[in-house]
Write a protein of this length. Structure first.
Lengths: 434, 434
């Protein structure tokens, strides 16, 4: 894969190559001249998509639908939204799917046409089987939360490149994942718009010339709200993101700015840059997706309309780019891009992210796990908005960080942090955590 | 040069290379083990700077002064500012200089310490001799106007890479210059901040994925002025540029937007992109220096504080970057970047640039020559501000474009256009050209 740039000349060279001369004849009799008018190579990339029914999964399938000659969907893994999954199965004809559990698998089977021979698996092993199925060229890892960790690691260990939208994988187990990717020589291609922007801005640049990475953040729906108003934020308010249409978990993370905290940690791991050389700008228009500052003062930025198909398509076909439908970026019409320093007083999650990254080891996994529990509690009305970073901070404070040993260690820390945060929310209740 | 990235490993490999075994002894006796703790290669780049006393020349020498271990100044060519040149000679100790004419050469000699053995040349041949002197690794071509054309071509024909700040070279003789550069396999490195930005944004990207180039323009000091007020612009007003501190000619070109017209033509030639795939945004803050739009909708931009040392240093050490002193880009403090469509009614020069580029052949040379004459007349009070594009348009209208044959052809067209424009200004006078 990835050799689109040389298909033309390479194919032509192969076709012009003279036949080996037959030993009994003078060699010049045996050159075969072939005139090639045009060569069309069909290099189809076989995909396994983990989190197919989520926002990233759906956008990935939209890219596939726009370029059917480029991709084949070998496998899909999803959670419990079997109605949507059944439609995707009908459209993309994967050979293998996996869902959350046996109950969901049963419901899915009922939705498919009778006589369908599709293999349906369930649970984490099912997702890992989809990720590592024979013939998979690229895994799109877009399951939400720590659930995406195991199948992603399975793919890497099987030597399969991963387009990574599951940021918890790098946050919770960055050292493990990067070590496995290095060992297997496997590409990890970021799908997050910010990290895709950094990857694009770093293309063709010397790593030693990089001074600082800058992530942009929309600031979420409460960017300009005073602290007392933040205390009364409801789930419905927090779910309305100004620029991006995303899943519930990431939309809340965006409102608390924990999303940016996770992205800072992810960028440090992915690009091997100390966290204190990663900055954040609030950029409400979400047009500049991130920037790289170099030692000479030059800054390279990647811009685009807020459309997840762009970073997804880039990860799918890197280093090539696919034409995508949709309106181009029109800076004349946008007219104005603004920037602010983030306010870590009103949005302490960002500060917690830097602290966890500086501490390293198991601490980022604790931050991530506690946040998952706190966000779920907030969405269920069991925790106020400002309680989310409080739960994360208290859980981090109760944890003694250790270097990560292996996946079991990460999962154990994840379980501990989830339980601790859960107990915190139950015991202290809504009033003491606001 | 330009292999800074491999100095370390390469040097180490050379040092570890075993001695050739002496034929009478078993070979294993003759391996010399060398342990290299650190290798410091001193790869000095020898520069010839054409236009040393101009704005770009001075900024180039500022970069050299900041990194004396990187560069040696072999030669300087300047015009008539021998006082400044004498100071530069004292500081950078070139072996060879050239000035506008013998009179200036005489004045320069008087300014230098007695007993100085510096070789002083004069005229176009002198500048060409500086550009092609033995040992020159890179020519910085920063003479103003068509005067820079001949020495730049001489350097290319001598196989010497050129850092090109003289945009008239590519505007007037693009096809010649690019053909010579291709034939000699010589790098042309743009120094203009816009073209440097495009070059930086194109690094590591596939040429076939480029959809459009976008140049930014400050809009100059009269960006928001109504047409009737533009009619009364004085040279003093036009010489006050809001962002860049540059020479007089380019500052007036910036005020008429002819500078952007020349840059559009230059970009088309340098990057081999049809002029109708090059757009212009007015961006008054001059922070985003230019952008590249790709087929997938992604846009890569280069940003920086308005400081010509950045693109100059990049051209000098490409693909490496040198640390440069000065404040970093602080988007939080800048707070706002704005963009507008250019108004070709009030600033017809931009329209003329596109027309000249579409016509091609000798037409861009005519646009450039007529503009040089018109700007000089404006600065001398012989032509109103709005007369500048009028003179250019009328001269273009009187010209029958032809494909460029050779340098003599370009110089002949240049002479014709200058004379025609001059006559136009003298005959019609100030009143009929406003």
């Amino acid at each position: 894969m990835g050799w689109g740039g040389v298909i033309g000349p390479q194919a032509r060279r192969l076709c012009y190559k003279p036949l080996a001369p037959f030993p009994n004849f003078p060699p010049h009799h045996f050159f075969l001249q072939v005139r090639v008018e045009s060569v069309k190579m069909e290099v189809v990339k076989n995909l396994a998509i983990l989190g197919a029914t989520g926002s990233i999964g759906q956008s990935t399938l939209a890219v596939v639908a726009e370029h059917p000659q480029e991709f084949r969907v070998l496998g899909l893994a999803a959670g419990r939204n079997v109605e949507l999954l059944a439609g995707q199965i009908g459209q993309f004809q994967p050979g293998l799917v996996s869902v959350q559990d046996e109950e969901a698998a049963g419901r899915l089977r009922e939705l498919l046409p009778s006589g369908n021979t599709l293999q349906i698996l369930a649970g984490p092993q099912g997702a890992a089987a989809v990720a590592t199925a024979a013939g998979v060229d690229l895994v799109v890892s877009a399951m939400v939360g720590a659930a995406g960790l195991e199948p992603t690691l399975s793919a890497i260990q099987a030597g399969i490149p991963v387009a990574l939208a599951n940021k918890e994988t790098l946050v919770a187990a960055g050292s493990l994942v990067m070590a496995a990717a290095r060992e297997k020589g496997v590409d990890l291609l970021p799908v997050d718009s910010e990290h895709s922007a950094l990857m694009q801005a770093l293309q063709g640049q010397r790593r030693e010339d990089v001074k600082k990475l800058w992530l942009t953040a929309s600031g979420g729906p409460f960017r300009a709200w005073p602290a007392d108003r933040l205390a009364r934020v409801t789930p419905a308010q927090a779910l309305r993101h100004p620029n991006w249409n995303m899943g519930a978990k990431i939309t809340i993370d965006s409102a608390t700015m924990m999303n940016k905290a996770l992205e800072v940690i992810e960028a440090a791991v992915l690009f091997g840059v100390p966290v204190d050389r990663i900055g954040v700008y609030i950029h409400p228009q979400s047009i500049i997706h991130s920037l790289v500052e170099f030692v000479d003062g030059s800054v390279i930025a990647q811009l685009g309309v807020p459309d997840m198909r762009l970073p997804i398509a880039y990860a799918l076909t890197y280093p090539r780019r696919l034409p995508l439908s949709g309106p181009p970026l029109d800076l004349g019409q946008i007219a104005q891009l603004t920037f602010e320093e983030p306010d870590v007083e009103r949005f302490p999650s960002l500060r917690l992210g830097y602290e966890a990254a500086r501490t390293g080891g198991t601490m980022p996994a604790v931050l991530n796990a506690a946040n998952e529990v706190a966000v779920a509690a907030f969405l269920e009305g069991r925790l106020p908005f400002l309680g989310i970073p409080r739960v994360v901070e208290e859980t981090m404070g109760a944890h003694t960080p250790r270097p990560i040993q292996d996946l079991a260690h990460v999962l154990e820390v994840n379980r501990w942090a989830r339980e601790y945060a859960q107990r915190l929310i139950e015991e202290k209740g809504a009033t003491n955590l606001s």
